[in-house]
Design a protein around this ligand. Structure first.
Ligand SMILES: Nc1ncnc2c1ncn2[C@@H]1O[C@H](COP(=O)(O)OP(=O)(O)OP(=O)(O)O)[C@@H](O)[C@H]1O
Ligand SMILES: [Mg+2]
Length: 157
C-alpha cells in the first residue's frame, strides 16, 4: 500500500493519529510534512514526540530550523524549513549529517528545501477541510515508507 487518506475532524484526532505513527517508526527514515500555515504539522509531530516519551518543552524549530531529540539508540530531528529559501546554504548548514542511519528526520515545509533534501520515505500532507477540520494524505515514497505506512494504517483501524 502506498497511499492513505483520512479526515481529521479536530485537534484531538490529529494528535491521536500522530501518536499511532510514533510506534511505527524505524531508522533511518525521512518524513516530509507539507501543507499551509496552521494545518497541523507541528501538532502531529508534538503528539509523536510526547508518545515517545519527550517530557520537556517541545520548541518550534522555526528560527533554529532544527530541534534534536536524542533517545537511547536513535535520534529524531525536527526540521522546519519555512524560512529556508536558499539551496546554496544547504552545504554549509551541516544538515546533511542529520540524515543518517540512526536518525528519523521529521521535516516541516520540506518543499521549501527543494532539491537538496535527501530522499523522502513518507510524504504527509495536511490541508484545511472545506468547513472544519483537516484532511490528511500520506504517500509512501520508498520501501521503508511503505512498511511504516502499512503498519500505521493497521494501527488506525
Ligand atoms: N484536525 C484538526 N481540526 C481542527 N484544528 C486542528 C486540527 N489539527 C490541528 N488543529 C489546530 O490547528 C492548528 C495547527 O497548528 P500547527 O502549529 O500544528 O500547524 P503547522 O502546520 O505546524 O503550521 P506552521 O506551518 O505555521 O508550522 C492548532 O491551533 C491546532 O489546534
Ligand atoms: Mg509548524
Amino acid at each position: 500500500m502506498n497511499h492513505l487518506t483520512r479526515f481529521l475532524p479536530d485537534e484531538a484526532t490529529t494528535q491521536s493519529v500522530g501518536e499511532k505513527l510514533a510506534h511505527q517508526l524505524s531508522t533511518p527514515l525521512v518524513i516530509a510534512l507539507n501543507g499551509p500555515l496552521g494545518a497541523g504539522k507541528s501538532t502531529l509531530i508534538r503528539a509523536m514526540l510526547r508518545k515517545l516519551g519527550v517530557t520537556g518543552p517541545i520548541k518550534s524549530p522555526t528560527y533554529a530550523l532544527v530541534e534534536p531529540y536524542n533517545f537511547s539508540n536513535y535520534s529524531i530531528y525536527h526540521f522546519d524549513f519555512y524560512r529556508f529559501f536558499d539551496e546554496n546554504e544547504w552545504g554549509d548548514s551541516g544538515f546533511r549529517d542529520y540524515f543518517n542511519s540512526d536518525s528519523i528526520c521529521l521535516v516541516e515545509w520540506a518543499e521549501k528545501a527543494g532539491r537538496v533534501l535527501p530522499p523522502i520515505d513518507l510524504g504527509i500532507d495536511l490541508q484545511y477541510a472545506p468547513t472544519e477540520g483537516r484532511t490528511l494524505n500520506v504517500h509512501a515514497l520508498s520501501k521503508a515508507g511503505e512498511v511504516v505506512l502499512q503498519k500505521w494504517s493497521q494501527a488506525l483501524l
